[in-house]
Design a protein around this ligand. Structure first.
Ligand code: GLU
Length: 460
């Protein structure tokens, strides 16, 4: 517990005032951006102990600098649908922080995308990427385009149009996008193809999540879901618990959820529920992952069709009810704010022992405080889902070397990375006097590296 004793009440008071003052600026500069303000609030609150202990970060006004994106672009994405009609969407890219490496973060294609969503994701990405231990800054992008119901050709035309504007802002040493909700292997292929045509060269490291045949990394597809389970495994073991023999509920059925299900099963758990944006399925015998993969990855179908193949399972319309399914471990892997205060209380009442965030910001601030004020083990997204972007950084390394590692090599590196993230997060909780609070630990550990780099680089 080095130095914690030396922090006086007046240091804490000054730190709190500083944080409140910068948060007021955030509210004033970003009105009506609820998600962005939510993400900011959570991080700011966590940093009070850092400012109390190290006033130099206040002297350098790091908080006001770090919360302002280095830049953000918004652009028109016109495309032709299959009827030959012109459609218009809005594209975004936020280049949030490049203190420790090129901007790095996914692209999200979903109707809910707006400036607030992109900024919250980009802001979180700074800390997550720092925590991953890899040399990558924070960025994020996307569009309010809805991939649901679009043909392959429409998807391709949209991606080509999106990249026709985005290309001028990115580069393997500048800004490296990847996938997120609505952007998977197919979209990355179309985006990269267009980038390559425009620049007239083969710059594989400009985007990650590429197919294995053209510069992708083994284990990248599995990385976020596997990484989440590796992180949770560390946390559980540290508290005398384990996946083996547990019942697990995992929301979502996209890339993160599917590979979290796979790894949780490999470690001996029974995964009994998963969902999509229409509803959720409960299979008391354990979810059949081949069916989910077939429906979601191959067929782009709805999860309700699971019960046609497995009639003993149950389908429930609407997603929030999934948290009323009793379980030992809950892994929210769908989207932001999917666990509110009531859902958190229901999970607790049903005896959940651990909650690990696979999605970005899936728990509301109220839900997080329910978890932190209970005995449940809570793993925040920035730490627990950093495996995806970490393996993206390994993909960048392999692209630079023009040499590729085996699945086992990348998987082993991913395990080590998740272990280190867990360790560094726990160490920060102890050093700053908040044992067990990984929200504070992850935010502090992620922040320090970026803040220190910003200080030595001058007023940037
Ligand atoms: N979208 C993922 C995330 O939220 C991955 C980003 C990446 O690989 O760049 O971290």
């Amino acid at each position: 517990m080095s130095n914690v004793e030396q922090v006086t009440e007046s240091h804490v008071q000054a730190a709190r005032e500083y944080v409140d003052q910068v948060f007021a600026i955030v509210q004033q500069r970003n009105p009506k951006e609820d998600e962005f303000q939510q993400a900011t609030k959570e991080i700011f609150e966590s940093l009070v102990p850092v400012f109390a202990k190290h006033p130099k970060y206040m002297e350098h006004n790091i908080l006001e600098r770090i919360v302002e994106p280095e830049r953000m672009v918004m652009f028109r994405v016109p495309w032709l649908d299959d009827e030959g009609k012109v459609q218009v969407n809005r594209g975004f890219r936020v280049q949030y922080n490049s203190a420790i490496g090129p901007y790095k973060g996914g692209l999200r294609f979903h109707p809910s995308v707006n400036a607030s969503i992109i900024k919250f994701l980009g802001f979180e990405q700074i800390f997550k990427n720092s925590l991953s231990g890899m040399p990558i800054g924070g960025g994020k992008g996307g569009s309010d385009f809805d991939p649901k119901g679009k043909s392959d050709n429409e998807m391709m035309r949209f991606c080509q149009s999106f990249m026709t504007e985005l290309y001028r802002h990115i580069g393997s040493d500048i800004d490296v996008p990847a996938g997120d909700i609505g952007v998977g292997a197919r979209e990355i292929g179309y985006l990269y193809g267009q980038y390559k045509r425009i620049i007239g060269g083969y710059e594989a490291g400009v985007i990650t999540g590429k197919g294995l045949g053209y510069g992708g990394s083994l284990t990248r597809t599995e990385a976020t879901g596997y990484g989440l389970v590796y992180f949770m495994d560390e946390m559980l073991k540290d508290h005398g618990l384990r996946f083996h023999g547990s019942e697990v509920v995992i929301s979502g059925s996209g890339n993160v959820a599917i590979y979290a299900i796979e790894k949780a099963k490999q470690l001996g758990s029974k995964v009994i529920a998963c969902s999509d944006s229409d509803g959720y399925i409960v299979d008391k015998k354990g979810i059949n992952l081949d069916t989910v993969k077939q429906l979601k990855l191959v067929g782009r179908k709805r999860i309700r069709e699971y019960v046609d193949i497995h009639p003993h399972a149950e389908y429930v319309e609407g997603c929030t009810g999934i948290w009323s399914v009793p379980c030992d471990i809950a892994l929210p892997c769908a989207t932001q704010n999917e666990i509110d205060e009531e859902a958190a209380k229901t999970l607790l009442a049903n005896g959940v022992k651990a909650v690990g965030e696979g999605a970005n910001m899936p728990s509301t601030l109220e839900a997080i405080s329910v978890f932190l004020n209970s005995d449940v083990l809570f793993a925040p997204a920035k730490a627990a889902n950093a495996g995806g972007v970490a393996v993206s950084a390994l993909e960048m390394s392999q692209n630079s070397m023009r040499l590729y590692w085996t699945f086992e090599e990348v998987d082993q590196k991913l395990r080590d990375i998740m272990k280190n993230i867990y360790r560094n997060t726990v160490d920060a909780t102890e050093e700053y006097g908040y044992p067990g609070n990984l929200v504070i630990g992850a935010n502090i550990a992620g922040f320090l590296k970026v803040a220190d780099a910003m200080i030595v680089q001058g007023v940037i």
